[in-house]
Design a protein. Structure first.
Length: 280
């Protein structure tokens, strides 16, 4: 028996249902239910929220979220081998857990959940960044979720919270910090997972701000930042040359030196430049 519920330990669940980890699905499972309950607590008060979980696998974090009192959980898992194990959890928490066997990139969570919605996941590395960018870049803000509590490779987590002047600073930092308060809340060594991955991991908690820190059109900001960091070693007057014939004047009007490189430019300056470029 585990400490958080009366279901079998995860190692037994994996053996009983033949869920040997598959590399192709990014499967590195968390087997310590105290740890999954801790991650669920880092997601905040769940009692008044629906929770979206991507990639529940054998259900360690799912069990943590439910034991911590989530109002409802929608878990989207691509691997059909995990369905019987997840059905056992649904039986133990009647009416609280809905499981979809599918690709998280194809499911509209709002068809299944009622706001306020928090998202919590030990993300499959192959879709993690794509999902994060999607959640951060809707045209309208605030988004459908109020917080994200996500496990990433440590290097990706550091890119999300990076400050100007550091090597990790770039597109992810700017998009995350423009519209959320983003913090690393937990570091985990490879041994926390089965099988252990080659890299360290970290949990990032992002809280959606009521409005972005500085005004800008999301598409324009994404475009400017993508171009600026695509050639991060170039001076901005060269990296952004194609964006406007008078790019040097526009950079200066936004408080940026044309000879600056992307990694020294602040979020506020990138937003000013996006507004200038949107103005035509
Ligand atoms: N949450 C479990 C845990 O913490 O032990 C498993 C985490 S494992 C890193 C990632 C999980 O995401 C795997 O179960 C994998 O099958 C699933 N997965 C991979 N790609 C997916 C996708 N596109 N949509 C939904 N689930 C996916």
């Amino acid at each position: 028996m585990s400490g958080i519920d009366t279901l079998p330990p995860l190692r037994q669940v994996i053996d009983d249902h033949g869920i040997a980890a598959k590399k192709s699905l990014g499967q590195n499972f968390l087997l310590d239910l105290n740890l999954t309950a801790k991650i669920a607590r880092l997601a905040g008060d769940l009692s008044q929220c629906d929770v979206l979980e991507i990639g529940p696998g054998p259900g360690g974090l799912t069990r943590g979220l439910l034991a911590e009192g989530a109002r409802r959980v929608l878990a989207i898992e691509k691997d059909s081998r995990c369905m019987p194990a997840l059905a056992e959890i649904a039986d133990a928490y009647p009416g609280k857990l809905e499981v979809i066997n599918g690709d998280a990139l194809d499911v509209d969570p709002l068809a299944h959940l009622t706001p306020p919605i928090r998202i919590a996941a030990n993300l499959p590395y192959n879709v993690g960044t794509e999902l994060l960018i999607r959640w951060l870049t809707p045209q309208e803000w605030p988004p459908f979720w109020s917080s994200l509590t996500l496990m990433f490779q440590k290097e990706v987590a550091e890119r999300i919270v990076a400050q100007p002047g550091s090597k990790a600073y770039g597109r992810l930092a700017l998009l995350a910090q423009w519209r959320t308060d983003a913090r690393i809340v937990l570091h985990l060594p490879p041994e926390a997972f089965s099988p252990p991955p080659k890299v360290h991991s970290a949990v990032v908690h992002l809280t959606a701000l009521p409005e972005p820190k500085y005004p800008a059109d999301p598409k324009k900001l994404e475009q400017v930042v993508a171009r600026a960091f695509n050639q991060r070693r170039k001076m901005l007057r060269a990296a952004l040359k194609g964006m406007a014939p008078d790019i040097e004047d526009r950079l200066l009007a936004s408080g940026i030196q044309p000879t600056d490189r992307a990694e020294t430019v602040s979020l506020e300056q990138f937003c000013a430049l996006s507004r200038n470029l949107s103005a035509g």
